[in-house]
Design a protein around this ligand. Structure first.
Ligand SMILES: C[S@@+](CC[C@H](N)C(=O)[O-])C[C@H]1O[C@@H](n2cnc3c(N)ncnc32)[C@H](O)[C@@H]1O
Length: 218
């Protein structure tokens, strides 16, 4: 699952994960986190999600990170926005008011880029990565983010033997293993995601569970 895999997906328009509406778990479960307006919220592996705009609309400073220039350009074009684009240590920074997207590899982010982040929204980022990269991703963000940053995390669980990822199945045990040392993990909800995922059914799944967690400083 290297960069080429994702760049090709965007080039071919194979972006079945993209939602045209704000993610319902974000609008339901983010407000109770009580993250103060003005906080910088990191949205790793953001694609062209409209969730970035929802967060900006709640008064947050938003920082998306996305590998694909096509995705970043599509986000701004689709939403009728014209960003200011600057080069920032090898990454392209796109900015409109308090919403920024850094275009580049999340693993290549210099430490200073995330020093001001105060909360994280992870939907289809952790689960986009294969097991060995998930560990690296969790450790990398832990090293770059200020300590004790709260996070809303949305995962999928299914029988990995029935379908190859992405998206990958990430169990509650793995969430505990990846974040349990640094965070208090609270399961907020469990949802049957199969009815709204016909593509996954076609790929062989008979069960697909979506789980939402809040991660608070330990
Ligand atoms: C499954 S999509 C999810 C997008 C978004 N979170 C959403 O909910 O629509 C995963 C995204 O991560 C991006 N991506 C994959 N590896 C990346 C990396 N190493 N650095 C930055 N972005 C990456 C892909 O290009 C893709 O847009």
């Amino acid at each position: 699952m290297d960069a080429d895999f994702w760049l090709t997906r965007w080039h071919r328009g194979e972006t079945g994960w993209h939602l045209e509406e704000v993610n319902r778990h974000l609008s339901t479960f983010w407000p109770p986190l009580a993250v103060p307006a003005g906080t910088q919220v990191l949205v790793p592996l953001c694609g062209k999600t409209i969730d970035l705009l929802w967060l900006a609309g709640q008064g947050y400073r938003v920082l998306g990170v996305e590998l694909s220039p096509l995705a970043v350009d599509a986000f701004f074009a689709h939403n009728g926005l014209t960003p200011t684009v600057t080069d920032d240590a090898g990454l392209r920074r796109h900015r409109v008011d308090e919403l920024e997207i850094l275009c580049g590899d999340v693993f290549a982010l210099p430490p200073a880029q995330l020093a001001g982040v105060g909360a994280v929204y992870d939907r289809a980022a952790l689960i986009a990565l294969p097991p060995e990269l998930r560990e690296r991703y969790a450790a990398h963000l832990a090293a770059l983010l200020p300590a004790g940053v709260p996070r809303l995390l949305i995962t999928l669980e299914y029988d990995q033997a029935l379908m190859a990822g992405p998206p990958f199945s990430v169990s509650s045990a793995e969430v505990q293993q990846l974040f349990g040392e640094t965070h208090r993990i609270t399961a907020l909800g469990t949802f049957d995601a199969l009815p709204e995922s016909p593509g996954m059914r076609q790929r062989g799944l008979t069960e697909l569970t979506e789980r939402v967690y809040r991660l608070d400083p330990a």
